[in-house]
Design a protein around this ligand. Structure first.
Ligand code: TTP
Ligand code: MG
Length: 246
């Protein structure tokens, strides 16, 4: 019964005049946001706390729907895709990922229980968490979650990245997922992600991360302040210059 016409196979994203207010609030969070991301492009999203970065992300897998405007993926309105198919094509790593009570293996292969151990290990290596897992006494069988071993926020984020990568998503979204990484590990992670050839959106506070993206979207108070390459923003955006200097 699969609707083959609705399959996401490019991962090109377009926001057209998006306005968004959370259902339980009356204050608008995004006001008239429009931009396009090409298939396979890597976009960094920057902006102050409360600018609306996470809110913008949440609209893509339809955790919320925009109040007005249209979002398309591969030129089709996202509300026309079956929800499970839309979400299966998107690897979304939230700002504070949750692990469920179970083993690391179960947490990584969640959503793809058919994965082989080779696939699981490859995803963990790419997410730069394999070595850490090997140091645990029970390795991939280690229990995590409320009753399990204590993991740092950064380690949870990387398990969550492995969970996203194992499904080979067309669109990968990382919400501040590399903040806990040192520069070398982060570089390795971003190089590994390149081999997946997916459209990638990365929310980051770090210029070193943003510089590795094709373009940078600067969000301020729910509006796009600038969108362009590192070099073009350096030349044109006062806010970006301030971020770089800080
Ligand atoms: P965010 O979209 O969370 O802003 P941000 O991701 O840019 O900030 P940070 O760097 O701190 O992660 O918030 C924008 C506004 O939306 C803010 O007023 C809080 C509100 N908001 C909600 O009301 N509900 C939500 O679930 C979220 C994520 C944000
Ligand atoms: Mg956020």
């Amino acid at each position: 019964t699969a609707d083959t016409s609705a399959v996401i196979n490019q991962g090109a994203i377009s926001f057209q005049q998006i306005h968004f207010t959370y259902p339980e609030h009356d204050k608008s969070v995004l006001h008239g946001v429009s931009f396009n991301i090409k298939s396979g492009e890597k976009l960094a999203v920057m902006g102050a706390t409360g600018a609306g970065k996470t809110s913008l992300f949440q609209l893509i897998p339809r955790l919320y729907d925009a109040s007005s405007g249209t979002i398309t993926i591969d030129n089709k309105d996202i509300t026309t895709y079956p929800l499970d198919q839309l979400r299966n094509s998107i690897g979304y790593v939230p700002q504070s990922p949750l692990l469920f009570t179970g083993t690391i293996k179960e947490n990584i292969t969640w959503g793809k229980p058919s994965a082989t151990s080779e696939e699981m290990i490859q995803a963990a290596k790419d997410a730069q968490i394999h070595e850490t897992i090997l140091q645990l006494e029970q390795q991939y069988e280690t229990k995590v979650g409320q009753k399990g071993v204590n993991l740092s926020g950064g380690q949870k984020q990387r398990i969550s990245i492995a969970r996203a990568l194992i499904r080979k998503p067309k669109i990968l979204m990382l919400d501040d997922s590399t903040s806990a990484l040192d520069l070398t590990t982060e570089a390795h992670l971003l190089e590994a992600i390149d081999t997946y050839h997916c459209t990638t959106l990365i929310i980051t506070q770090k210029v070193s991360t943003a510089m590795r993206a094709d373009r940078i979207l600067l969000l301020d108070n729910g509006k796009i302040l600038a969108l362009g390459t590192h070099q073009s923003l350096l030349e044109s955006s006062k806010l970006y210059q301030r971020i770089v200097e800080s």
